[in-house]
Design a protein around this ligand. Structure first.
Ligand SMILES: NC(=O)C1=CN([C@@H]2O[C@H](COP(=O)(O)OP(=O)(O)OC[C@H]3O[C@@H](n4cnc5c(N)ncnc54)[C@H](O)[C@@H]3O)[C@@H](O)[C@H]2O)C=CC1
Ligand SMILES: O=C(CO)COP(=O)(O)O
Length: 339
């Protein structure tokens, strides 16, 4: 059935998914803060800053008015970076006049509050205005989705009927959507893979090879799972699309913003230079801070996160961080993996 749907945030991911929804026949409206960007989308069907070379569907409309975006539909996709979620949701809350289904597509954890994105949204939007909240996550670079390359993601909600509704909205020949009821696991996997993606970029930037990359993905998954399970996630979720799947996509892809920033750090650039050169959100930086705080809060060893924290925030040279990781206290592999 055709639905009216609003997507908030016209970065690469918000734009790619708004395009999918339009192609699926929905009345898809994309909100951006900047008028020149909504004009570009409406007039030229492009978003050259975030998806260069992509022609967007002609039935995709954009607006720079949050009032218009809010009034457009009762299904709202939130796709701004984690840092902007509170601010955008506060404004949305003041404009909402009806109950809405919220879908979030962002991957991060807020430092200090240590909240997952669904928790931030529920803090900022009144309960009576939320029909339900679904997370859409998985190994999905926007650059490949707009090329219609086969992609799989997961719609997560405790209420599986709502997850199935979202599955139907997005699913098509090139975007296959699974469902999962483990919201904590899906959000933790999606957020923390960015930390490991940054670290994978660093080892590539340093010139190390496939052995180091495989070690990072595997041991990264071990520390993400350890923390996630302590936070209430289902262990199996971490071997699924939003865990291992997204780790592979992020750690091995030239599209990944986190990987790119990491590789620039490994090549000797400062964090500021790397972020400037990537020019899009690198969620893993703030999430590393949050993950380091979570590992202390939950008393879970997270050696890769800790090493990356020292590189990002304490000026440690990436090579020294790798050397320290390799020579740390000896361990048994499986005991450490599963407690
Ligand atoms: N790019 C991708 O392939 C994927 C991204 N994601 C996640 O989606 C989220 C968004 O990422 P991208 O689209 O890549 O980011 P991006 O860097 O391409 O774009 C971010 C957009 O958010 C807007 N924005 C920033 N602060 C804002 C604010 N305060 N109010 C309103 N708009 C604001 C920017 O103007 C820009 O349009 C992130 O959490 C990312 O991890 C998830 C899956 C795939
Ligand atoms: O989440 C993503 C792919 O699933 C995108 O990763 P980056 O933010 O590192 O580009």
């Amino acid at each position: 059935m055709m639905e009216k749907i609003t997507v908030l945030g016209a970065g690469s991911w918000g734009t790619a998914l708004a395009a999918v929804l339009a192609e699926n026949g929905h009345d898809s409206l994309l909100w951006t803060r900047r008028k020149e960007q909504s004009d570009e989308i409406n007039t030229h069907h492009t978003n050259r800053q975030y998806l260069p070379g992509t022609e967007l569907p002609s039935n995709l409309q954009a607006t720079h008015s949050l009032v218009e975006a809010t009034e457009h539909s009762s299904v709202i996709v939130i796709g701004v970076p984690t840092k902007a979620i509170r601010e955008v949701c506060k404004e949305l809350n003041s404009l909402l006049k009806k109950r809405v289904l919220l879908i979030h597509i962002s991957k991060g954890i807020e430092p200090d509050s240590l909240k997952r994105i669904s928790e931030i949204i529920r803090e900022e939007i009144s309960e009576e205005r939320i029909r339900d909240l679904v997370v859409l996550s998985g190994p999905s670079h926007a650059e490949e989705v707009v090329l219609k390359h086969p992609t799989t993601v997961t719609a997560a909600c405790e209420n599986l009927e709502m997850a199935e509704f979202v599955q139907d909205l997005f699913m098509n020949q090139y975007l296959r959507v699974y469902t999962n009821s483990d919201v904590i696991g899906v959000e933790i996997g999606g957020a923390l893979k960015n930390v490991i993606g940054l670290a994978a970029g660093i080892v590539d930037g340093l010139g190390y090879g496939d052995n180091a990359k495989a070690a990072l993905i595997t041991r990264g998954l071990a520390e993400i799972s350890r923390l996630g399970v302590k936070m209430g996630a289902q262990p199996l979720t971490f071997s699924g699309l939003t865990g291992l799947g997204d780790l592979i996509a992020t750690c091995t892809s030239v599209h990944s913003r986190n990987w790119k920033a990491g590789s620039l750090l490994g090549k000797g650039h400062s964090l500021e230079e790397a972020l400037e050169m990537v020019g899009m959100v690198v969620e893993g930086v703030r999430t590393t801070k949050a993950a380091q705080q979570l590992s202390l809060e939950y008393d879970v060893p997270m050696p890769i996160t800790q090493a990356l924290y020292k590189v990002l925030f304490e000026g440690q040279h990436p090579k020294d961080a790798v050397d320290k990781l390799m020579l740390r206290m000896k361990k048994q592999e499986m005991e450490e993996l599963f407690f």
